[in-house]
Design a protein around this ligand. Sequence first.
Ligand SMILES: *[C@@H]1O[C@H](CO)[C@@H](O)[C@H](O)[C@H]1NC(C)=O
Ligand SMILES: *[C@@H]1O[C@H](CO)[C@@H](O)[C@H](O)[C@H]1NC(C)=O
Ligand SMILES: *[C@@H]1O[C@H](CO)[C@@H](O)[C@H](O)[C@H]1NC(C)=O
Length: 465
Amino acid sequence: MIRIFFLFLSLAQLVSPFGKVSGVGINYGTLGNNLPSPKRVAQLLQSTLIDKVKIYDTNPDILEAFSNTGIDLIVAVENYHVSNISSSVPAADDWFAARIVPFIPATSIVAIAVGNEYLTNDDDDAKLDHNALVKAMQNLHQILVSRGLDRKIKVTTPHSMAVLASSFPPSSSTFAATLLPTMTEIVGFLADTGAPFMVNAYPYFAYRDNPGMVNIQYALLGNATGVRDPKGYTYTNMLDAQIDAVRSAIVALGFGNRTVEITVSESGWPSKGEAGETAATPDNAKTYVSRLIERAQSSKGTPMKPNEKVEIFVFSLFNENKKQGGASERNFGMFNSDGSQVYEVDLSCQFCSKNGDDNKMGFGEKVSGGIVRGPSVWCVAKPHADEKVIQAVLDFCCGPGGVDCREIYERGDCYQPDKLHAHASYAMNAYYQMHGRNYWNCDFKSTGLVTFSDPSYGKCRYSQQ
Ligand SMILES: *[C@@H]1O[C@H](CO)[C@@H](O)[C@H](O)[C@H]1NC(C)=O
Ligand SMILES: *[C@@H]1O[C@H](CO)[C@@H](O)[C@H](O)[C@H]1NC(C)=O
Ligand SMILES: *[C@@H]1O[C@H](CO)[C@@H](O)[C@H](O)[C@H]1NC(C)=O
């Protein structure tokens, strides 16, 4: 057991200098008039454990700044543009061609969030058509399929918790009755395309609105005295309960057998609020966000699915001084606009290259890149590499490495030849492509080899950037 653990550690060190297996994402909102340039933001994040960044539009400066950084981006269709994209497949293609195509593959775009909390949007000037959301998602997916990008780029939409009729007890939660037809279509779409269900979950607001009813430790991801669900689950924190409430609502739609992963697309805690918001303090924000990050890195799961890793995007990177709403809305950031931390959170990257260790956060340091660009290259297992090491590499790639290995499992297009060496090559290449084609991402304890000829055969396609 111990030996295996160390092998994993040393492998991770070799293949993952930027710690790209952390599973910690962040929301990068830009409603501030004093924020640093996207280039500096990209540099800052490269030296941290954050490996995914979600934005709220397709700001070309941001897309450009994150090229060749090894950081994955989730971009968004703004609510006001959803209807346009829903109108026809060519309209979706126009959007994709103008906003996305100029930046790929140098920028690693892994998902498109269509709208944000679209179904529960209460801006009265935008009377939003629920069917348009589904149609827009379908149109975009069709474009991705026709361009051969549907495996790399997933189409989804982030919801607020208000899509639920009730969230407690978690096991009996359902979607709001008026949303059932739309939710059925959306969840069906996500299951068909392998995209995650995204939910923005804020124990903070639940606590703020009912401080007498909610134990602060329960809201703060602490170890509160368990809250019991009639089905036998015990919840020690509200975020778990919220995630499982969404899970139950999905199962209640009748998709029980088909896997739809849940991603927490936003969660966070403000460091400051209006006079009455007594829990909005730097200390509480620090506690919540630190625990959230720890939790995102673990594969702890929730009481209903104990070992299923839940991807989490912290909200948010910066305090945004032009954000509307109460003071807390402008104070969810981990960073001030000058790049200093609002409160201390350890974002150092255990497996980062030298410059990542004992990093002092801030915008001062130089980050060296060394990313390989240029002609098509692939990564495969060396022909005579040791089988035991290759097996460990395969397990790493398909597990903590985050590679989608379905194609090399039975019935996948790359299952044949059913040889360790072939399966490992597929997984190593996927890992290498996903993580920016740095030479060190094809090292794998010296079992990997960079090649200029495409290893694809038959229906088995080896991905490339
Ligand atoms: C969609 O947006 C594009 C670009 O903004 C515009 O040219 C087009 O006319 C719009 N189409 C519809 C149906 O609104
Ligand atoms: C909760 O308790 C477990 C087990 O006692 C412990 O490992 C964990 O660190 C605690 N978590 C927090 C947030 O206090
Ligand atoms: C779920 O899968 C099992 C076994 O594959 C099958 O027997 C069952 O009918 C499925 N249930 C639903 C609701 O599709």
